[in-house]
Write a protein that binds this ligand. Structure first.
Ligand SMILES: Nc1ncnc2c1ncn2[C@@H]1O[C@H](COP(=O)(O)OP(=O)(O)OP(=O)(O)O)[C@@H](O)[C@H]1O
Ligand SMILES: [Mg+2]
Length: 169
């Protein structure tokens, strides 16, 4: 069985846990990503949805910070994937599929190798290759609202909901 199929079997595509919160500014998005990184365990497949500029990379940056990454987090807009091998409970692979040429390109990117590591996949623009991706364990949608963003979260694990609470550690 390929890694991709293994993930799809192990992880239910339905989401029993749902919630939302308001993120007033960039700092709030970063802090939410950090909380999420502390609440969820690897392996995990996180889909990040939302229009251009919604805050998907910002949330991923917070997530990586929460896993102890101290350096910069550049958007994988052109590289399509940025690996973070040295983070805690890692590795984390940050993908941005906006410019993916087609689903067959995922094999060239080494998707099966990433899955085999049982780390975390943070995937921006999953809709570009949804049929070829493993089912998500968490789905995040960022929606512009006034000057901030509403974050909608759906998860197979209840623990992820804690990330929505601004008071959570
Ligand atoms: N909660 C928020 N309120 C207001 N601005 C925010 C918030 N979160 C992030 N931003 C800002 O939104 C802008 C775009 O963020 P980001 O690059 O993370 O978007 P993106 O969804 O990854 O875009 P793309 O689809 O192009 O990859 C940044 O300037 C960031 O500071
Ligand atoms: Mg981005």
């Amino acid at each position: 069985m390929t890694c991709l199929a293994r993930y799809t079997c192990l992880m239910s595509p339905s989401f029993p846990h749902k919630g939302s919160c308001f993120l007033a500014d960039e700092a709030a998005t970063l802090a939410c990503g950090e909380r999420l990184a502390r609440q969820i365990a690897s392996p995990a497949v996180i889909y990040l949805r939302g229009q251009l500029g919604a805050g998907k990379t910002t949330l991923s940056r917070g997530f990586l910070r929460g896993r102890g990454h101290l350096g910069s987090v550049k958007s994988p807009t052109y590289t399509l994937v940025e690996p973070y091998e040295e983070v805690s409970d890692g590795p984390v692979f940050h993908l941005d599929l906006y410019r993916l040429g087609g689903e067959q390109e995922l094999a060239y990117l080494g998707l099966d190798d990433y899955l085999a590591t049982r780390g975390v996949l943070l995937i921006e623009w999953p809709e570009r290759a949804e049929r070829a991706l493993p089912a998500p364990t968490i789905e995040l949608t960022l929606l512009p609202q006034a000057a901030g963003r509403t974050l909608q979260l759906m998860s197979v694990e209840a623990a992820a909901l804690t990330a929505l609470s601004h008071d959570a550690a």
